[in-house]
Each structure stands twice: as structure tokens, then as C-alpha cells.
Design a protein around this ligand. Structure first.
Ligand SMILES: CC(C)(COP(=O)(O)OP(=O)(O)OC[C@H]1O[C@@H](n2cnc3c(N)ncnc32)[C@H](O)[C@@H]1OP(=O)(O)O)[C@@H](O)C(=O)NCCC(=O)NCCS
Length: 168
């Protein structure tokens, strides 16, 4: 049965405490990556209802520092499902203490694979995007998968047709 991105939406809100920061008192990058990985793995599991493992971190942009005391919200949603793999798009927001306004701080794109209890990949349900943003992310996900596979030495550049088309 087809699923929609909203079915996997996972929202995690948490504080940044002093033990999680770098010498500039901003959230340590590795801590944010771990928080994103946790939220994304829940989203992937909600999509397929199987065991999931992180196969790759395709992209992370630390656009804004996240100071100690910040309230950070991580939103993760499956952006495309392939055969056994799923791309999960993660948006990171910081909430202004006084106004409550949210600012987009960072984003990341992870790939998860659904596996059985022996660790072998298993098929996942198809995904149908609904909003304009979900459709854009869905379309670009195939090129990102090809890029990730090429960089991992799992695909020949010549076979990455949709990715190559960007440069033609
Ligand atoms: C991810 C893993 C299950 C893939 O297993 P595999 O035997 O190589 O399986 P396959 O080659 O059939 O690949 C399975 C899927 O993963 C995708 N995949 C594998 N490596 C990928 C990468 N670097 N980027 C994007 N997708 C990748 C494949 O394209 C395939 O997707 P599809 O079925 O949707 O087409 C396996 O490598 C693994 O268990 N890795 C360790 C995961 C882990 O422990 N993560 C936690 C971090 S320590």
C-alpha cells in the first residue's frame, strides 16, 4: 500500500545543554548529527514498519550555529522510497525564546535501508508525495541516490543517467 510523507513525519523538540556544545558554546556538530539520525530512523521505521539501518548521510548543511539553551526542533519525513532504501529529509529549526518564531537552522538528508532480522534488505512501501515541496524533494532524491552510490563506488558514473543529465 502506498504511503505519504506525512505518515512518517517525526518531530523531536529538545534543549541544547552545556555538555553538548563546542568551545564557542554552540551545539557540537556530531551531537546534532546523532539527534538527526535518531529522528530520521523513527521516520523511516514509520514508513516501512521494519528494522531500519542508516546506509548513508548524503548531505548535511550546518548553516546556523545553535547556541546553548536553544530549543531545537527536528522534523524528519521520508522523501522517497526506492526498493529497500528510503531517503529521509530532515529540517532543523530553532525557536526564539521570546517570540516563539521558528528559524530554519540546518538540514540533512539521510538514506535508510529496511532489513530483516539477519540484516538482509527487504522491500518497503512506495511513497506518493503530496505537497509541492514534497514533490520537489521526491524528484531530486533519485539524483541524490545516484550521487551517493557513485561516491560509494557502488554505481558507475555512466549509469547515473538522471544525475548526468544535470550537467549535459
Ligand atoms: C545498508 C546495507 C543494509 C546495504 O546492504 P547491501 O547488502 O549492500 O544491500 P544492497 O546492495 O542490496 O543495497 C540495499 C539498498 O541500499 C542502497 N544503498 C546501499 N548503499 C548506499 C549508499 N551509500 N547510498 C545510498 N543508497 C545505498 C542500495 O541502493 C539499495 O537500495 P534499493 O534496494 O532501494 O535499490 C548494509 O551495507 C549495512 O548493513 N550497512 C551497515 C548499516 C549500519 O550498521 N548503519 C549504522 C551505522 S554504523
Amino acid at each position: 500500500m502506498k504511503k505519504h510523507p506525512i505518515d512518517s513525519l517525526t518531530t523531536v523538540t529538545d534543549l541544547v545543554l552545556p555538555g553538548e556544545t563546542n568551545p564557542l558554546n554552540n551545539l557540537f556538530g556530531g551531537e546534532l548529527l546523532a539527534r538527526m539520525d535518531r529522528a530520521a530512523s523513527i521516520a523511516a521505521r514509520r514508513h516501512c514498519r521494519r528494522i531500519v539501518v542508516t546506509a548513508s548521510v548524503n548531505h548535511v548543511a550546518f548553516n546556523k550555529a545553535v547556541p546553548t539553551g536553544s530549543v531545537v526542533t527536528i522534523e524528519a519525513k521520508v522523501s522517497r522510497a526506492f526498493t529497500s532504501s528510503m531517503e529521509v529529509y530532515i529540517d532543523v529549526w530553532i525557536e526564539d525564546r521570546e517570540s516563539g518564531m521558528r528559524t530554519k537552522a540546518n538540514e540533512g538528508i539521510y538514506t535508510f535501508v529496511a532489513v530483516d532480522t539477519t540484516g538482509s534488505p527487504v522491500p518497503v512501501p512506495a511513497l506518493e508525495p503530496q505537497t509541492e515541496l514534497e514533490k520537489q524533494r521526491f524528484d531530486a532524491a533519485l539524483r541524490r541516490k545516484q550521487m551517493s552510490l557513485v561516491l560509494a563506488g557502488r554505481m558507475k558514473p555512466n549509469d547515473a543517467k538522471e544525475l548526468k543529465a544535470l550537467f549535459d
